[in-house]
Design a protein around this ligand. Structure first.
Ligand code: MLT
Length: 320
């Protein structure tokens, strides 16, 4: 029996090589596919490997009549309708560890760039100005970093922040306190994090509880001059509320890598503001991370199709 794997997104070649070298697997990897082409092709696939650029919603899954597994080369599975996949017996698996360090390093880069106006300074110099007085920043040393969601990425940021002599506090209702203690991070209620932090970095998943958690009400609980970094998911922030708070000076600045809709529309309230820096969902985009997640995703698919082994399953599949 031969299984067909479709890779409709830009996934590192190492994944394709693993699939090609596996007995019993054929592979089609055209790079990032147009949605209409993917809808036409999905019916032939036994498995797919995707990144965040592919939306595996009910419409796609309905056409995926042979599909048994989706491997997400990355962490977030919010681009997959997990319930519909589960109902159809499709296993959704992710690669949670592979891009942790890249994401943490990008987040830290955003935090430094935000504090020192690195992007604004670059832009003004390119435009012919020499704005030394305008772009006076702040040090990280001695400041309090509040991390919301102290998972793998949050923990990697915490240890890096400590190397910069920051104090790290966090909110994470799911993490055993001893894990936080072991890396010298104090867990506390969310409102206490809001009240104490000079920097807030978001690392939570989007749920009914966390959607738009950074809004007018929560911002009012924060320190004046707080800086906010989001390299997790855009939907954690109510963009119009944050934009207002930046314009009023309540929030000193924000650094964003993610948006509710990607790419964000040109009139997005947080694109183009002087004290906001934006990157196009680059946090996991290093060659190192993309190789790691691609290899892990390909191995998940080979194990699943050929060896009947499922790992890192993200949805509650009920087998008949
Ligand atoms: C992830 O969820 O792994 C990151 O946001 C990176 C990506 O979407 O590819």
């Amino acid at each position: 029996m031969t299984f067909h794997v479709l890779v409709p997104d830009n996934v590192n070649q190492k994944a394709i090589d693993i699939l090609k070298n596996a007995d019993g697997i054929t592979v089609t990897a055209p790079g990032k596919m147009e949605r209409s082409d993917l809808l036409d092709a999905i019916g032939d696939a036994d498995a797919i490997i995707i990144r965040s650029g592919v939306t595996a919603d009910a419409e796609l899954l309905e056409k995926a009549t042979k599909l048994k597994a989706i491997a997400r080369a990355g962490v977030g599975v919010d681009n997959v309708d997990l319930d519909v996949a589960a109902q159809k017996g499709i296993f959704v698996m992710n690669t949670p560890g592979g891009n942790t360090i890249s994401t943490a390093e990008h987040t830290f880069g955003l935090m430094i760039a935000l504090s020192r106006y690195i992007l604004q300074g670059h832009q003004s110099l390119v435009e012919g100005r020499w704005d030394r007085k305008k772009y006076v920043g702040v040090e990280l040393k001695g400041k309090i970093l509040g991390i919301i969601g102290l998972g793998r990425i949050g923990q990697a940021i915490a240890t890096r922040a400590q190397a910069f002599d920051m104090t790290v506090i966090a909110y994470d209702p799911y993490l055993p306190p001893e894990v936080a203690e072991s890396i010298n991070v104090e867990l506390m209620p969310l409102d206490d994090v809001y009240a104490q932090a000079d920097y807030i970095s978001l690392h939570a998943m989007v749920t009914d509880e966390t959607r738009n958690m950074i809004n007018q009400e929560s911002i009012a609980k924060m320190k004046d001059g707080v800086r906010i970094i989001n390299a997790a998911r855009g939907a954690l922030i109510h963009s119009a509320d944050l934009a207002e708070a930046i314009k009023s000076g309540k929030v000193a600045g924000a650094a964003l890598d993610v948006y509710e809709v990607e790419p964000p529309p040109a009139d997005h309230p947080l694109v183009g503001l002087e004290n906001v820096i934006d990157t196009p969902h680059l946090a996991a985009s290093t060659t190192d991370a993309q190789i790691t997640v691609a290899i892990e995703a390909a191995e998940l698919i080979v194990d699943f199709l050929i060896h009947n082994k499922a790992a890192n399953v993200c949805n509650p599949v009920v087998l008949e």
